[in-house]
Design a protein around this ligand. Structure first.
Ligand code: ADP
Length: 629
């Protein structure tokens, strides 16, 4: 802080970060529906500021001073069209003013930009989720003043900006701790300068804020703890509104659980399962969204210890009777009561999901589409609940490629002599159905699970076995397939011819393959690439390559179908003209074709001219054969 700036009346001008100007421009100009959310954002910031102060006061009562009644006061002058919202919360120092509302402080805002969709409704939802909430005020005001004094300082500051390129900060006299944000509604937002409008907006979005909100000295919110009321008293709309409030969402939830538990610990909770997963949920480091209260007093947002990480899509609150009000962050980390609540919540949620899967398959499948990846994460991470989570696993399969199936249903359908559960990974149905590796299974009517989600590649080996059946990827080389009955066997090559031909494949392909072997799985295709027993499969390798450019894929095993007419002809050519160029060209082409199919061909630069040259030859012979007819 510069010395002269400390002098009262001296304004210091600051430029907004470039991104910030861009953001403000977006907010003021394009996000023009639902402008009333400016109020929700301001109230939620005020309530956060009060919560933070309250939390600090749990360990240091002095912080509250003689201003211990934490509250939010809103003043509206319908005639002058002016508005102000005041809280006696934590306040901000000059540095905090600059970093909190002058710069894009959180990495979240950067993400906000990359996630903008151009769809106003969705972008508005993003505003809440990314913490660019304060700036929503510029949808309704041309100039905004923030007066603030931190609980930790004697000096107050005024921040003023018209939301374009810059803002000013000056030192001011401000006797009380906390923040007041004031402005005049801009001409086209004067509809909000109505007591009725503000009142109903508070009702709609902020009725549950746990601090009292007054509007022109009158109480404007109920601030009753919804979770403390008996279930039968709470209307559906109230649950929905509470969800929107705590989840910062405009969507209705998929479902909720309202719990009132006496044993093993005493607590009340409302858990919400959203309808859709927002994209940021997928980052592993995201906090869970369960807020902790003790005896109806707010303790902490996003309390990690209340629910396992993989359930981070669940939002809600827990209010415990058995925790101490002075509970601090350190204590919450290793606390028996928290641990019991955690276990109870997981059990209840899993029970709920299971019930959907049995009684309302459509609901369950919808849930699975959005939140399946979290269940998979759970399978991998949550050892205690693994068995239950595995039962919840769903994927598509060759039984009905349009329908999700469970592992249990797969096993129930298995033939008595089938000993393993087969799966294949591919980027879509088309790729899987056309993969040479699946031919044997199609022909023999063996069901194969179709996996499209990359995480499945980790999950299948992680599940390992289900009902004593091993889960086996069909592109692994040591696949033990039942030998076909002798009468079904087509003619193949003699032992020597086979040895010679496969040997030649190996000579030509050199160290591009680990081995070349006779295939038992191919029915029509000439050849395919499979992973060696302990190697990664094609998908896993693709992922590794994406993460690490220098990653060297392991060598594949080439399987050759000795019953295929092309392969048999190649053997005949080899017999008579061992050094023939066509033989070599065909082997190269077969190899690169197989690479292309599994998505590992690095460049088509040799393949395309080679295929043209092969077609030239084919056309030449074909023409001759036509002419001799
Ligand atoms: P978010 O609240 O999601 O973090 P905002 O843009 O709404 O994002 O606010 C940015 C930051 O400004 C807040 O995180 C907080 O640190 C600070 N802030 C905003 N309003 C207040 C307030 N009334 N009292 C104290 N700090 C505030």
């Amino acid at each position: 802080m510069s010395e002269e700036n400390k002098e009262k009346g001296k304004k210091q001008e600051y430029e907004f970060q470039a991104e910030m100007s861009q953001l403000l421009n977006l907010i003021t100009h394009s996000l023009y529906t639902h402008r009333e959310i400016f109020l929700r954002e301001l109230i939620s910031n005020a309530s956060d500021a009060l919560n933070k102060l309250h939390f600090l006061s749990l360990t240091d009562q002095k912080i509250l001073g003689n201003d211990g009644e934490l509250k939010i006061n809103i003043k509206l002058d319908e005639k002058e069209k002016t508005f102000s919202i005041e809280d006696n919360g934590i306040g901000m120092t000059e540095e905090e003013l600059i970093s909190n509302i002058g710069t894009i402080a959180s990495s979240g805002t950067g993400k906000f930009f990359s996630n903008l969709t151009g769809d106003n409704k969705k972008d508005l939802e993003l505003i809440g989720q990314f913490g660019v909430g304060f700036y929503a005020v510029f949808m309704v005001a041309d100039e905004v003043t923030v007066d603030t004094k931190s609980y930790s300082s004697d000096q107050g500051y005024r921040w003023v900006s018209s939301g374009s390129g810059s803002y000013t900060i000056e030192a001011i006299d401000k006797p009380e701790r906390g923040t007041t944000i004031s402005f005049k509604f801009k001409t086209d937002a004067e509809e909000f300068a109505s007591k009725w409008r503000i009142e109903s907006t508070i009702k709609k979005y902020s009725d549950f804020v746990s601090f009292p909100i007054s509007l022109n000295e009158e109480k404007a919110n109920k601030s009753t703890a919804l979770w403390a009321r008996p279930k039968s008293d709470v209307k559906d709309e109230e649950y929905v509104e509470f969800f929107k409030y705590i989840a910062n969402s405009t969507e209705e939830p998929l479902a909720h659980l309202h719990l009132s538990v006496e044993a093993p610990v005493q607590f009340k909770a409302i858990m919400y399962i959203p309808k859709t997963a927002d994209r940021f949920l997928f980052s592993q480091d995201l906090d869970t969204k369960i807020h902790l209260y003790v005896k109806r007093i707010f303790i902490q947002n996003d309390c990690k210890e209340l629910i396992p990480q993989w359930l981070r899509f669940v939002k809600g609150i827990v209010d415990s009777e058995d925790l101490d009000l002075n509970i601090s962050r350190e204590v919450t980390q290793k606390n028996v009561v928290m641990d019991k609540i955690n276990k109870y919540l997981v059990r209840k949620l899993l029970g709920e999901f299971k019930e959907w899967s049995e009684k309302d398959v459509e609901k369950y499948n919808g849930f699975w589409k959005d939140f399946g990846s979290f269940i998979k994460e759970g399978i991998h991470m949550d050892f205690a609940n693994r068995e239950k989570l595995i039962e919840m696993y769903r994927c598509y399969s060759s039984f009905d490629p349009e329908k999700l199936t469970s592992l249990k249903d797969y096993v129930d359908r298995m033939g008595t002599d089938q000993e393993e559960i087969y799966y294949v990974f591919g980027k879509d149905k088309e790729t899987i159905v056309n993969s040479p590796n699946i031919e044997y299974f199609k022909k023999n009517n063996i069901e194969v699970l179709y996996l499209y989600d990359e995480i499945d590649d980790f999950i299948m080996p992680s599940i390992g076995t289900y009902k004593e059946k091993n889960l086996v990827g069909i592109d692994k080389a040591d696949l033990k397939l039942k030998k076909e009955k002798d009468e079904d066997k087509k003619e193949t090559l003699s032992k020597t011819a086979k040895k010679k031909l496969l040997g030649y494949f190996k000579d030509i392909l050199g160290d591009r393959v680990g081995d070349v072997i006779e295939s038992e799985r191919l029915v029509d295709s000439a050849c395919t690439l499979v992973s060696p027993k302990d190697g990664m499969n094609a998908n896993m390798e693709r992922m590794m390559k994406m993460m690490d450019q220098n990653f060297k894929a392991g060598k594949k095993v080439m399987e050759v179908n000795l019953q295929n007419p092309l392969i048999q002809n190649l053997s005949k050519i080899q017999e008579k003209f061992p050094q023939d160029a066509l033989l070599k060209e065909c082997i190269e082409q077969l190899f690169e074709g197989a690479c292309l199919l599994e998505g590992s061909l690095e460049s088509p630069s040799k393949m395309v001219p080679r295929s043209t040259s092969l077609m030239e030859k084919a056309a030449d012979y074909y023409l001759k054969s036509l002419e001799t007819k």
